[in-house]
Design a protein around this ligand. Sequence first.
Ligand SMILES: Cc1cc2nc3c(=O)[nH]c(=O)nc-3n(C[C@H](O)[C@H](O)[C@H](O)COP(=O)(O)OP(=O)(O)OC[C@H]3O[C@@H](n4cnc5c(N)ncnc54)[C@H](O)[C@@H]3O)c2cc1C
Length: 391
Amino acid sequence: MRVAIVGGGIGGLTAAFALQRAGVETTVFEQTPQLLPVGASLQLGPNATRLLADIGLLEQLRAVASRPDAVDLLRWDDGSVLLHAEHGDAAESHFGTPQLDFYRPDLHRALVDSLPPGVLELGARVTGAEQSGDRVTVALEDGRRETFDAVVAADGIRSPLRQLLVGAEEPTFSGTVVYRGVVPRAEAEDLHRDRTNRYWIGPYRHGVSYWIAGGALLALNLGVQRADWSEESWTREVPAAEADAYLEGWDDALRERVRRCGTVLRGGVFVRRAIPHWSFGRITLLGDAAHAMEPFQAQGAAQAVEDAYVLARCVAKAADDVEEAFRRYEQIRLDRAAELQAQARGAGDEFFLEDGPEQIARDERFRRLAESQPFGTRQLVWEHDVRAALS
Ligand SMILES: Cc1cc2nc3c(=O)[nH]c(=O)nc-3n(C[C@H](O)[C@H](O)[C@H](O)COP(=O)(O)OP(=O)(O)OC[C@H]3O[C@@H](n4cnc5c(N)ncnc54)[C@H](O)[C@@H]3O)c2cc1C
């Protein structure tokens, strides 16, 4: 059994690790010729980290991450606390594994390093995949054609393979632009003295700040609705002043974090519509290629990890019938991912409310939430254990 994975991002690399571990020979084709430290921060909730623990990846990932002690949701103009949730040891023992916060290049590098040599091919851009009988032939830009038993399209939000399988449909602009930055510890320590993740919520803006990279960097993300349109990008660098200009009247603690970034990455948030199938015979979709979502539940990467775990388990169980394995994978994952896409959109709408009756009702909900959900607004998402569907 030989499987090709197209795309060596977070989902593709995790799938490669899980498949290799299940005894499936895997090749990852990644278009990037060189591993450069691109991107900023990214979170993995316990729903993902418990799967990473299960496949033996948690400890090396924890070594490059940060674990928060608490989460605070804050009012936009004065930083007053709307919801406080403890994390740390209490959360880790409740969920079984921690939430981990990463500098994306560190997470990516740790996943690359976890693979045996030769699995990941860099500079390998896939241009097509063709099924014939019980084989799939992958075409590469350099002219090579390689044949496999199955192909996993983990080629991200723009997924060329999704376009081939589902039709030429571009991702949709969500209406939000995100600015992402980091500040080295020495320049941020006075701003953020504890390990509480802070989320400012208010009219059409959403600021987030937390430690990553084992506390070496402070991450700053600012979501802006009604901003000037921007393209989907992880490399477009702009002065932090451009982001700060959207924060007139906002808490200065957030504004100062933005300013200290100096420069930030600007990217429009694009999404994929939920589709009725991910699996097409011996080719299946995984991660953003299947279900790119908004970032307001911090589940984009975590859902790719859930995909990777389930995919490997299904393939291991039905190795002699890969089409059946892909159907089962889709059946287990499709509704959960679509639900998270909808929840992420809903969380954004709730965070971005203007002051008024809806905002007052929301803040009241937050005040009461501690009684039923001591670990905050994402507790139910994190409690979900995808392994239950596999037994
Ligand atoms: C460079 C980069 C930086 C990012 N930075 C952040 C960040 O700071 N914060 C955040 O929340 N999210 C970030 N993301 C997105 C985040 O990683 C994903 O939303 C999430 O992890 C889901 O992962 P994925 O594997 O589905 O997609 P991705 O992680 O986006 O990976 C897709 C991979 O497929 C490769 N690929 C695409 N087309 C082809 C092809 N034709 N042939 C071969 N390879 C192909 C891409 O180069 C990419 O490596 C970033 C993505 C990328 C690619």
